[in-house]
Design a protein around this ligand. Sequence first.
Ligand code: ATP
Ligand code: MG
Length: 392
Amino acid sequence: MKALLIRYGELALKGQNRPFFEDTLVRNIKKRLSDFDSVTVKKEQGRIFVENLSEQYFDEAIERLKRVFGIVGITICEVAEKNLEEIKQVAEVVTKNELEKGKKTFKVETKRADKKFELKSPEVSKLIGAHILKKFAGVYGLCVDVHNPDFILNIEIREKVYVYSSEEKGIGGMPLGTGGRAHLLLSGGIDSPVAGFMIAKRGVEIEAIHFYSFPYTGEKAKEKVIDLCKVLAKYTDKIKLYIVPFTEIQLSIYENCDERYLTIIMRRFMMRIAQKIAMQNGGLALITGESIGQVASQTMESLFCTQAAVSMPVFRPLIGMDKEEIIKLAKRIGTYDISILPYEDCCTVFVPKHPKTRPKLEEVLAEESKLKAEELIEKAVTNTEWMVIRDR
Ligand code: ATP
Ligand code: MG
């Protein structure tokens, strides 16, 4: 019988909270595999096992598990009863599989979680190693290399015995739902989806907020943001997206304020609205895709003015990253190809020709005082629509 063995790392460090983290991870895994009938997910001493899954679904299941935060490694393992003969048999199966991939050297590593098992770990390794050599050394030229083996034959003795070799890397991070909720300001650009991903990876539930300037930005821009949410939902199962009508605010700023402050005032409005939505919906922080110096609205002075608009913590996980690094990550998580589609973003419509790169907060506030800010914000929040975007 085969099963999937899941390793998780950082969680193991969490002391008294450990069961909470583990149970959340188990629940998330169950949810991700819920459409496979009869599958069971159980935790056992620092491991999670997926059992009763038909082998034809292994690849699909592994693909999905590679997007579950908190998982460090996933491997297909052979399951045996706790007797030496059976262990030998499944060890042969695992070894054969590696030999067929051209591997030539190996070593055996045994973990005995069940201390009642009559043989100690080194004895099991020795016995099984000798058996495997006898079986395969002649035909395949297999030999032992304890320092730098092509593959490790792992044997874990628990309630049952699990034997496996190579492992697929998991995505890491913390199980989703262990870190509270935060609200992501999601544009159609490259940066903000990556920022959202990074915070979600720390176990935080993300809700997205998009500012929409109809008719200056059209249906296509909205679809683009929905498509980005679909990619994020591959990691989070689902994501709630708020669409905030932003045209009136932009026009009002455009008509009343010094042109050089357009962008910074607009950014401050975004923050204030986002904070309001977050507070109404259990959010504890805002997330943006800002990175120091990337554009005029992301100089230190501009960030100071943007930050001053809200009292909530603002997470900017990309703050110290170069564009190249951000793009690399966007490609890896799968948002890049959507982000580069050329649809207008509300920020690109009302771009001042000469934006202030070093705005002073007093000057920004003076310009802003020409607006009926509270009223505009209230109206935008009231007219905000939302939808839930699901992975499946
Ligand atoms: P991005 O690639 O995320 O759009 P950017 O480099 O284009 O970022 P800006 O346009 O200055 O930078 O936006 C900075 C941040 O403000 C974005 O990362 C995003 O978090 C937020 N933001 C900008 N425009 C919008 C929008 N229309 N809706 C929601 N959030 C936005
Ligand atoms: Mg942008």
